[in-house]
Design a protein around this ligand. Sequence first.
Ligand code: FES
Length: 575
Amino acid sequence: MSPRQPLPPTGMRKNLANYGDAEFSVFLRKAFIKALGYTDDALERPIIGIVDTNSGYNACHSNIPDLIEAAKRGVLLAGGIPIPFPVISIQESFANPTSMYLRNLMAIDTEEMIRAQPMDAVILLGGCDKTVPALLMGAASANVPAIMLVTGPMLAGSWRGERVGACTDCRRFWGRYRTGDLSEGQINEVNGELAPTIGTCGVMGTASTMALAAEAMGMMLPGGATIPAVMAERRRLAEQTGARAVAMAGEKLTPDQIMTPAAFKNALRIILAAGGSTNALIHLTAVAGRMGIGIDLAGFDRMGRETPVLVDLKPTGQGYMEDLHRAGGLTAIMRELGNMLDFECPTVTGRTLGQNIAGMAPAWPQEVIKPTASPVYPAGAMAVLRGNLAPNGALIKQAAARQSLLQHKGRAVVFDTLADLAARIDSEDLDVQAEDILVLRNAGPKGAPGMPEAGYIPIPRKLLRAGVTDMVRISDARMSGTAFGTIVLHISPEAADGGPLALVHNGDMITLDTAGRRIDVDVSAAELQSRQIALPTRPATTRRGYEKIYFETVTQAERGCDFDFCIPEITQYIP
Ligand code: FES
């Protein structure tokens, strides 16, 4: 008979600081934590870590102190010990050069803090665009029982009788201000109404899309994605999340049991049906990559062709997240999608997705989630393009585009960098017409760096004044999930990484063939090759610290822009 294996350590005995004497490590650890007033009895309980991503710079996370209090109450009621701990916080408009540049840093911070400290389960508390994917990426790699709790969307504001909200309306009103349609006083009034409460952006932007994706994957309690940040219901959910985390610790319900290929397929289906953010595809690719799961772009495109957009929220439709919540939230979307989803997937509740839905309130009449028979958009919220401009793929959110521009041929008007764009886009001398295609390059993961949300290239002012509201725009950048227009994004490889976007000249003819899933420049392969040879070599750059790690290891969009050394071998592909 083989000797009995010792049980893996739990609670305070987990993840000991290494002094070469485990018992001394426990002794020392207890000495310090007792300084906080804990008794030996308390320290025998399961420990639930709570990732605290609050920051004075992050209004999207400002309810985190309240949510932590509620989650702690739930943990204590269930017999555990809650221990909040910080990781970095990223808010979209307070991150230079971009929040995307820092997402992987936050993922590594999260992974290592979960690994380094004693915890039997962890509550992932975030909300703003990059924080949910970063927390899921870190938790996927650490593979400790984990449950997601988002801060929740803000409420909509009102300007002179019109409902407004960040950030689709930020762009819409800014466009009106640029044309002179709004005065400085009026745009300042709007500015005060766009984010009228704390919480994440109130439209179907990246934060909302990732919250729905996390719930659809089974990583969040049912109903958790859409409850507004300021509602008591969100605090009650936080308490329930705390209690459930204690149970998950006992069940050893780890992320690899929940974030399966089928769960990612469900999440992809939901971002399509919600008319969700293009950014969510990059983030889900990154989270799946941490589990050794690859997302096949051709498969995602096929999925898009059969998935109608059902949710009538800005930027694709009209409503705000509070409307989606009152209409039944994710549960109502999933009921409408029916057998397009896999309801056998396990979730953080310990039950399957289908069992969770069966336990929710019955559906009621509402106008926000359309039936599959009369959707907001018939199919393919997003389409994956390829062609001689995007050998490894590009993305267009066709549901938020002007339909007449989805098949279009036009003359290229090229901007070499973001600085070039800023310098020339509103120049009266710019040679541009409404039928042209605006091209922005060197705005990808390495080019900008950090793949800014610059794909929503502004319409040149002189065309705006002439009444032009949309043009075909292409780039290696990303686009805010809250933006709209006929915009091709994520062109891969990016210009700064040897991609053919670097070879486009002003005046080249570009064809966008969304139906055929192509984006091509009408230039021969031989000419492109000679342009490649003629490209000036980039000056050598000295880098240090995080910037050096970032530039040397960040991957392209189709691999989720994660660091290559964080991605294990990909052994399965979905869909
Ligand atoms: Fe935080 Fe939009 S800026 S969610």
